[in-house]
Ligand binder design. Structure first.
Ligand code: TXA
Ligand code: MG
Length: 316
């Protein structure tokens, strides 16, 4: 795909129709969700899905999330038990991905599930994502629209900066309001937290009435894509820094003296929405060394700290 062919589609009916036509033709189109921008392809087409892995440089053992318009649509592809149904009713549309047993003859490409017998599925809560799913009328496989291992995109400009020349189009829907990826819960067996994200684990546990399995629990299945180094800006990242050392740029949280601040009022929801844009901005500034203020580890803070730890991890 040459650069001139990358379309920036408007967030209107024509833009959505053009994006749906690209999906029908087996192409790749990025679209906004409430969490981050996704890179969508027809989940039933091996060649279209292979295109996602190629464009992102993504390891093919790392499966993709299938996006659908409704719980009813999701039931075409996977089995819902009582717990999964309860979570779907409470949190869909929204920033929750459920990992569920894949139905036989689902029609979903094996490349989407990386050959697993489970599938990750979510109903996004963004008007443009929902319009696109309705116009396309099928399942859309979509990882975050960034080169593998790099910072996730929360604006169309981030998508273009990372994937220009290798995808067909992006629907420009402005900034994503949640700003971190969906929370992933496996409902294959006892419900287990696989990734912290846009819906705090506390909210899920309140709905279920008991804690989720997590962490070191030997029964916990793993999300194959949880690579230690991820979301990485170009510069070295130092966490829990009360202030910047000489040569470092401080990414602040709360009332600290920093040129870039996730939320100067200490609001975790605002901080999540700003996180990836701040990391992209640090790259644009050419920051070699980044110090990050401590972020409280509860509610949305847990997803923020998860992404920051991966941004700070040694690079592979
Ligand atoms: O908010 C989001 O979830 C965004 C938007 C675009 O929806 N998508 C996203 O996708 O974050 P991605 O590909 O960056 O992350 C998907 C995660 C990976 O860690 C992958 O390993 C895990 O979901 N995953 C997918 N299928 C799975 C499965 N069957 N079992 C366990 N983990 C799975
Ligand atoms: Mg991602």
């Amino acid at each position: 795909m040459s650069e001139e062919q990358m379309l920036r589609l408007k967030p209107d009916a024509d833009g959505i129709a053009a994006a749906a036509a690209i999906l029908h033709a087996g192409g790749l189109v990025s679209f906004p969700t409430e969490t981050v921008y996704g890179l969508g392809a027809d989940a039933r087409s091996d060649t279209a899905v292979a295109g996602i892995y190629a464009a992102k440089g993504r390891p093919s053992f790392n499966p993709l999330i299938v996006h659908v318009a409704s719980l009813e649509a999701a039931e075409d592809y996977c089995e819902f038990g009582l717990v999964a149904r309860k979570l779907a009713h409470a949190f869909w549309p929204g920033a929750l991905t459920l990992v569920l047993p894949l139905k036989a003859k689902s029609g979903v490409s094996k490349l989407v599930t990386a050959g697993l017998e489970t599938v990750a599925v979510r109903v996004p809560d963004h008007p443009l994502a929902r319009d696109l799913l309705a116009a396309f009328g099928g399942p859309v496989a979509a990882p975050s629209a960034n080169p593998s291992g790099r910072i996730s995109p929360t604006t169309a400009a981030h998508v273009i900066a990372g994937l220009e020349g290798v995808i067909d189009a992006v629907v420009d829907g402005g900034s994503c309001k949640v700003g971190v990826e969906s929370t992933i819960v496996s409902c294959v067996g006892a419900p287990a937290l696989l990734r912290e994200g846009g819906i705090p684990a506390e909210a899920l546990e309140a709905c279920l009435g008991h804690p989720l399995l997590r962490g070191a629990d030997p029964e916990l299945p793993t999300a194959p894509g949880q690579l230690a180094s991820h979301y990485a800006p170009q510069g070295k990242v130092r966490l829990n820094a009360p202030c910047a050392n000489p040569g470092e740029i401080l990414l602040g949280f709360g009332p600290v003296d920093a040129s870039l601040n996730l939320s100067s009022s200490g609001d975790l929801t605002e901080a999540a929405a700003n996180l990836f844009a701040c990391l992209h901005q640090l790259d644009a500034m050419g920051a070699n060394a980044i110090a990050v203020s401590p972020v409280p580890d509860h509610g949305m803070g847990r997803a923020i700290n998860d992404r920051l730890r991966r941004a700070a991890a040694p690079r592979g």
